[in-house]
Unconditional design. Structure first.
Length: 295
């Protein structure tokens, strides 16, 4: 039992271990994503990522409209825009279901399916001893689609992450050295919650804490559980870095599953999304690489 546990820990850690990477680069060449320059690290355009997140978050916001009163009271112009969208949606709903009893509230997963045509969720991985994985549980995901997000606290290169990193297989390294800690337990969990509540401005939440729980507010925020590909299971998704632009709607930031560690950071919030490398059907598990090689 002890040997099995050591093997399990090594499988989750070896992709962070530099000597192992150096010895296995050539052998694993077909599964690696080579990026000649940072500017070429884009499977799809940033504009497409932005539009997907905007479309999804707006749908989640409208679905949860009855609980947004405090935010909308401070944004009268925005309130009018959402009321118009909600009116159109209710009219369509009445036509389709003949339901005249007011707004029907869907689960976040249902909202994702109604908006993008698929749902993703965490479940036991199809890989032996891999633990949790992420599956397309409903619908169909075309190639070049944002299928998930990598949640967590965002650290710049010089910021302290030593204690959070101990025994932590959920730290993602961006090309420029920025780190994202996607661990939803222990010290990492406490740090994220502390930073998230630090940045809250009255009713405006600058990030989403629900990914730390079993009940997700943003159903895309499961990317940290996507397992690494293998010889039997080729990668079908790829990580892509995305900086949230300054004009991102403030009322929708409550669905962003990332927060900066330092409060005084003026640069844009770094997010990482997972983009499909091919069409993915219902029931398939998502597989990617834990590392990117920059040549």
């Amino acid at each position: 039992a002890m040997l099995r546990e050591l093997r399990r820990r090594w499988r989750s850690y070896k992709y962070r271990f530099v000597p192992w990477l150096a010895l296995n680069l050539r052998r694993q060449r077909r599964t690696l994503r080579y990026v000649p320059e940072s500017s070429q690290d884009k499977i799809i355009a940033d504009e497409d990522v932005f539009e997907t997140l905007l479309k999804t978050f707006k749908a989640l916001f409208i679905n949860d409209f009855s609980r947004q009163a405090d935010i909308l009271a401070l944004l009268p112009e925005v309130k009018c825009q959402y009321l118009e969208l909600l009116t159109v949606e209710q009219k369509q709903s009445k036509v389709n279901s003949c339901n005249h009893q007011g707004q029907h509230v869907f689960s976040p997963e249902e909202v994702l399916f109604n908006t993008l045509g698929f749902t993703v969720s965490r479940d036991r991985s199809s890989l032996v001893s891999a633990g949790t994985g992420v599956f397309v549980t409903k619908g169909f995901v075309p190639k070049g689609t944002v299928v998930s997000m990598y949640p967590g606290t965002v650290y710049r290169k010089h910021e302290p992450i030593f204690f959070q990193s101990l025994g932590n297989p959920f730290i993602f390294r961006c090309i420029d050295g920025v780190l994202i800690d996607g661990n939803d337990k222990g010290l990492s969990r406490s740090v994220y919650r502390s930073c998230s509540r630090r940045d809250q401005l009255g009713p405006f939440q600058m990030s989403d804490e629900s990914w730390l729980t079993a009940t997700l507010q943003n159903p895309l925020a499961v990317g940290q559980y996507v397992n690494n590909c293998s010889h039997e299971k080729a990668a079908n998704v790829c990580y892509q870095e995305f900086d949230v632009p300054g004009h991102f709607p403030v009322e929708l930031k409550q669905y962003l599953p990332n927060i900066v560690y330092s409060h005084d950071v003026e640069s844009h919030l770094r997010c990482v999304v997972l983009v499909t490398l091919r069409d993915i059907k219902q029931g398939e598990e998502l597989f990617s690489n834990y590392y990117t090689v920059v040549s």
